[in-house]
Design a protein around this ligand. Structure first.
Ligand SMILES: C[S@@+](CC[C@H](N)C(=O)[O-])C[C@H]1O[C@@H](n2cnc3c(N)ncnc32)[C@H](O)[C@@H]1O
Length: 227
């Protein structure tokens, strides 16, 4: 898979691409990630990319031209173009599983007051990270990329995301590590029993109990992978 991220602030991605699982995924060639400064596609003096809003009001609006010229240069018939936008559909694990199937994703990061409305004619999908406003689309682009890359073959063991929260409409089961007794807080006996059938049953029951308590909406099939 190839992911191209269009941004005005490429340096924000330095740590993201050079640490931990994402770094290893790139090294293993499970994914190619390109950070593209779309300012370079501006035809205006000083590579201007934004201007004041028609009709007045505060803040600067990103112009269509540099973003669309950049898309013209990199888009192929295999590309899916994603706009990061608080007005888009709220992102979830189900969407990550859908997006991992594409060969080429292009993610556009807005900034300032957002985009000229006409940008919407040039994108396939608008994704929001949630009902809050960030200063730019870089953190959403990293979140979307991270959530997809960990699902790509060979990046992490499949059984480590199989029971992750939201996969199959359930939250994850509780996990424990050593010591078995921490300040009087004991690990459930069943996990020390070595009986794999009983452990699997316990975990499944805990997943259902936890989901009912904390996120009953998942059991109604609104946000999980398989609805
Ligand atoms: C300050 S925001 C613009 C918000 C816009 N004026 C509005 O109210 O809809 C600037 C950019 O940050 C990104 N952004 C901010 N919040 C976001 C969110 N919750 N999800 C996805 N992207 C977001 C988008 O790329 C957006 O264009």
């Amino acid at each position: 898979m190839k992911i191209d991220i269009l941004t005005l602030f490429p340096e924000m991605f330095t740590g993201f691409l050079n640490e931990s699982i994402i770094k290893r995924a790139i090294e293993k060639k499970a994914v190619e990630i390109n950070i593209i400064d779309f300012r370079e596609y501006s035809l205006l003096n000083h590579h201007q990319v934004d201007d004041t809003p028609y009709g007045g009001g505060s803040g600067m609006v990103l112009m269509c031209e540099p973003v669309v010229r950049c898309l013209d240069a990199i888009k192929t018939p295999d590309s899916l173009v994603i706009l990061t936008c608080p007005q888009g559909k709220v992102y979830n694990e189900k969407k990550a599983h859908e997006l991992k199937k594409y060969k080429h994703l292009i993610i556009i990061c807005g900034h300032y007051e957002g985009y000229d409305e006409r940008i919407r004619e040039f994108v396939d999908l608008e994704i929001s990270l949630g009902d809050f406003i960030l200063t730019g689309g870089e953190i959403p682009a990293m979140a979307i990329t991270d959530s997809i890359v960990r699902l790509l073959p060979g990046v992490i063991k499949e059984d480590s995301w199989e029971y992750d929260s939201f996969t199959n409409n359930l939250l994850d089961y509780p996990t424990f590590t050593k010591p078995a007794d921490f300040r009087g807080l004991k690990v459930p006996e069943v996990l020390l029993s070595g009986d794999h059938k009983k452990i699997a049953e316990y975990r499944k029951n805990e997943q259902i109990k936890r989901t009912k308590e904390r996120r009953p909406d998942l059991l109604e099939g609104e946000n999980g992978k398989d609805n």
